[in-house]
Design a protein around this ligand. Sequence first.
Ligand code: ADP
Ligand code: MG
Length: 622
Amino acid sequence: MSDIIQLLPDHVANQIAAGEVVQRPASVVKELLENAIDANATEIKLIIKDAGKTLVQVIDNGKGMSVTDARLSFERHATSKIRAAEDLFQLNTKGFRGEALASIAAIAHVELKTKQVADDLGTVIVIEGSDVKSQEVSVTPTGTSVSVKHLFFNIPARRNFLKSDTVELRHITDEFHRVALAHPNIAFAFYHNGSELFNVPQENYRQRVVHIFGTKTNEKLVPVEEETEVLKISGFVGKPEFSKKTKSEQYFFVNQRFIKSPYLNHAIKSAFEGLLKDGYHPSYFLNLMVDPKSIDINIHPTKTEIKFDDEHTLYAILRAAVKHSLGQFNIAPILDFEQQSSFNTPYNYKDKTAAAPAIEVDRSFNPFADDSSSKNSSPKTSNYNNEYKSKPTPAWESLYVGLESKSNNSPSDFSEVTFESATKNESIFNDSTIETAKTTFQLQQKYIVSTIKSGMLVIDQNRAHQRILYESFLKHITIQEATSQQLLFPLQLHYTPSETKIIQDLKTNLEHTGFVFSELSTKEITITGVPVGVPESEVSIILEQLISDVENDVPDTNFSAADLLAKSMAKSLAIKNGQSLNSTEQEHIVNSLFACKEPNVSPTNRPTFITMAVDDIEKKFM
Ligand code: ADP
Ligand code: MG
């Protein structure tokens, strides 16, 4: 038999390697940014078109390449960063495999322009699918510019596999955030389709975090500093009351490299023990510096995992450092940041007796208008936990406007239920004409039990209410019938640019539910109207929930965007388990549920009720 083994041609080998290194435009962004950092750039520009599908370009002012190096940089295993295997254990650079440029050039049209500072002229190389099309001398600034066009042009399957622009841009933004956070000493700018998404100067770490996550972030940062023989920690954790429902603000950098570490994440979570509500996650932006010898990052070129020699020690030090910082913060809120008046508000209010709920008679009257936390909308809206604690009574009482039979909750229950009560939707309860026949009762403040002809009905109150609200929101969105209530004071909210983008994308749908935006820019969101029945205090929660839902399940089509919005708002506003309901409210839920198109399931497709036939009950007595 003849020999059948052949060596793969280079361009094929490169395409295969590319599959590993380049999954999507964001991978190109990561590799190019890292190369720019390794070249000691102090200014880096990222230019993207069509979420990277048409263009990814990175321009740096780093050290550039010589003519020969420029050509060599596209060869596989061509790297200037290691010379011997031992160097792998002393790495201070991001790259070392010499694979990225070769891989990218195998599956895209690449133009490289580069010049070293000592040279008058630079080099321009054009490569398409590993084919060098041209190499010329050119006038170009010191540094390097790499543009990557038509990614996956020769692998249509890969190209078709790319997600919507929204999703791909999100991946790119995530990479950009990680790199920009790890390198505050480098100035970054980021443009997408001609508009500037970020432009951050060289700055300190706190400024960088605030620039990326929005001005509201400043007040929530608690510094963490620790230096031991094996580990140096610096950075910030978020104050517990600013914890989020998503893990979107969790950043570990080890030697300025973004990593994911469930183990170290656990160390932080345990430091926050007892300080976080269920389902909330701490924010953190932490830099760990360790001896490069003590870690192994050589696991996978694109992965963000890392192996530490001594994980247990790191865990213990990290946990202690975070605990210490949080402890200091609790005892003395003034560290290196200014004390915000809003931090005091909840504690003052906690001891106050319930004020007369003036809001009952006049919805637009704001009994806290003279309170600093109400006037200053920025801290107020960004801190909804304080918000809840600061005015439990009006929110609670307002639910019962017009109801004859008040809930027989004693005031002492208030402290436990304030959080839930504020999330109720008043509009469904203010119809006093419903007859309060005693055909329903509540079980465990979770289920509504009612009789039906054939037996018994047990309704999950939260899921049922979600269904009711969901159908009503969806109707408003799709038939575009907005019922809005005007706010007395416009509500200003601040989000990160990428969060703002999500709201902008959903603007029309939000308006159909009753939201009115007077401004919706990256600097600020101003809301002047909200859907009828949505308390003002709920607005920031609804939007936060919405953002986190979109982040976890980015809708591609208009329909699913509307659907997601309706689901998200229903989830935020539905009455919760543990909420006691009087019989009028119970009846109303039952009636509204069965007026729904699909009463059987919640918006997330879980049963809303079960029935038990008399026959079945009888069997139990046999
Ligand atoms: P690696 O980064 O793993 O070395 P790459 O394929 O990303 O491999 O880059 C190959 C080489 O090209 C680098 O080692 C470096 O010498 C050079 N290079 C790439 N990008 C730049 C840049 N922006 N500025 C200067 N040199 C660069
Ligand atoms: Mg590289």
